[in-house]
Design a binder for this molecule. Structure first.
Ligand SMILES: Cc1cc2nc3c(=O)[nH]c(=O)nc-3n(C[C@H](O)[C@H](O)[C@H](O)COP(=O)(O)OP(=O)(O)OC[C@H]3O[C@@H](n4cnc5c(N)ncnc54)[C@H](O)[C@@H]3O)c2cc1C
Length: 440
């Protein structure tokens, strides 16, 4: 594939997510030619994807086409393709699944930036994936939305009491922010949004189980906020099962082991996976090309300048890396959007500095706090040691998410939708776009 012959420095960025996009934007106006390669043609605002999965927002409101986002940045071109390999000797990446069907094409670079993100880990049980989809991609969110809404429809026409109960049982695996948000939203859907829409079934009888292996949910927050969130979830109708582990996911049931070792088979037709994180396979591909290794979560180690240990012209950042600081210790950075964004901006700065022959101080993460929402008017926030819960935290959560959402149009649409939903307790995007009803 022709990179377009250029005398200027060529920067190739893989991944237009939180980290990659910031790196590209930081290079605006620089004397470089940037190529952004992504396998999807949009930037996805993952923190709001769970609202798509529960019909509160539609897909286009949480995603922005990369070409539109970068329209005014003249030194960037966007390529829709999947990166499948790296050739460090020739300074090329290998591209597959190009829009014209092309495979094995190569694209050259002078500086390479890789920000491929992560996915959920099924802890060696990838066979559970088909029954318990992950909330990571837009396609995954739409799949989950279909399943949740179909479950209520199935319960409405189900005459057998036990089967009806299993249609109305939702299991969310993983008590991190995504699992908590998801469980809270399903409970609100069942208890508020849908309660007047069905005739045979009382949607308020739905059970939402939130399974977490640790002894509390939201382990990234201080224990006091975890307990606050647990109580708020219970009020909403969610049953947090802390200290519990999912040990099997069958076609109509889920086996859950309690802390005491007892295993219960819970009849449940809808299971959502939000546990464990594994780095993008691009991390392992980079590590093997560089002669280094990945950790248990598949993350690649990068230097304090976010470069590969043996390749100063190759940067990696975001969810797929862990940073080895100048003193050799590993910075314990969470897999969060602000980390990836700060790393992306930092890499853009390093590249600009290098072109001017300047060095850059090592990367330092500035922790601005941690937020998680539980449901309508409820959230928890830990901002520089200030711990708040309830309405104030929820408003903070809304403002922060609106601020970081890409695109003015999306912000306007989302705020309008939220205001409308707040007043009417409704959800406008409750469409089943594919039939997924399973049969025993
Ligand atoms: C459901 C969910 C909710 C979340 N909520 C929050 C939250 O509330 N707050 C928060 O701070 N963080 C949240 N996160 C975490 C946050 O989204 C990540 O930390 C952040 O996206 C990491 O940025 P990244 O650039 O490393 O990867 P991503 O943003 O995931 O971007 C990776 C990009 O690389 C592309 N890509 C991957 N592989 C290839 C390939 N082979 N070829 C071409 N392109 C490729 C992908 O298409 C994608 O566009 C959430 C994550 C999820 C999944």
């Amino acid at each position: 594939m022709s990179a377009g012959e250029s005398a200027r420095h060529r920067v190739l960025v893989v991944g237009g997510g939180f980290g990659g996009l910031q790196a590209v934007r930081k290079l605006r106006g620089a004397a470089v030619d940037v190529t952004l390669v992504d396998r999807q043609n949009f930037h996805l605002f993952q923190p709001l994807v769970y609202q798509v999965a529960t019909g509160a927002l539609s897909a286009a409101e949480v995603a922005a086409p990369l070409r539109a986002v970068l329209r005014r940045q003249a030194n960037v071109r966007v390529v829709l393709a999947e990166v499948s390999g790296f050739d460090f000797e020739r300074r090329q990446v290998v591209l597959d699944h190009l829009a014209n069907g092309g495979r094995g094409e190569r694209l050259g670079y002078d500086t390479l930036v890789v920000a491929g993100g992560s996915r959920y880990s099924y802890f060696g049980h990838d066979d559970w994936k088909a029954r318990a989809p992950e909330l990571k991609s837009l396609a995954g969110a739409l799949d989950i939305r279909n399943r949740i809404l179909t479950a209520f429809e199935a319960a409405e026409v189900e005459l057998d009491e036990e089967r009806r109960r299993s249609w109305l049982t939702f299991v969310v695996v993983g008590g991190g922010p995504t699992g908590v948000e998801m469980a809270g939203q399903i409970a609100e859907l069942a208890r508020e949004t849908l309660r007047h829409d069905f005739r045979q079934v009382d949607t308020r009888s739905a059970r939402v189980l939130l399974v977490e292996i640790a002894d509390r949910i939201l382990t990234g927050f201080p224990p006091s906020l975890s307990h606050k969130a647990e109580r708020a979830l219970e009020k909403l109708g969610v049953t947090p099962l802390v200290g519990h582990t999912v040990v099997d996911v069958g076609s109509v049931s889920v086996a859950i082991r309690s802390a005491s070792g007892e295993v219960e088979d819970v009849g449940a037709r809808t299971v959502i996976w939000a546990a464990g994180v594994a780095a993008s396979p691009l991390a392992a591909a980079l590590a093997s090309a560089d002669g280094s290794e990945v950790d248990r979560a598949g993350r690649l180690s990068v230097t304090a300048n976010l470069t590969l240990p043996n390749r100063p012209e190759v940067f990696a950042l975001g969810d797929m890396v862990r940073v080895v600081q100048s003193d050799g210790t590993i910075a314990d950075l969470p897999g969060l959007a602000p980390v990836a964004m700060q790393e992306g901006r930092y890499v853009g700065r390093v590249i600009r500095n290098r072109l001017r022959g300047r060095s850059t101080e090592p990367f330092r993460y500035i922790d601005k706090g941690n937020l998680a929402t539980i449901g309508r008017s409820k959230a928890v926030a830990d901002i520089k040691g200030i711990r708040i819960g309830g309405f104030a935290a929820w408003v903070t959560w809304l403002l922060v998410h609106l601020f970081y959402l890409i695109g003015f149009q999306n912000r306007l649409l989302v705020v309008t939708r939220w205001m409308f939903s707040y007043v009417t307790r409704g959800r406008g995007a409750r469409l089943i776009t594919e039939s997924r009803a399973e049969t025993e």
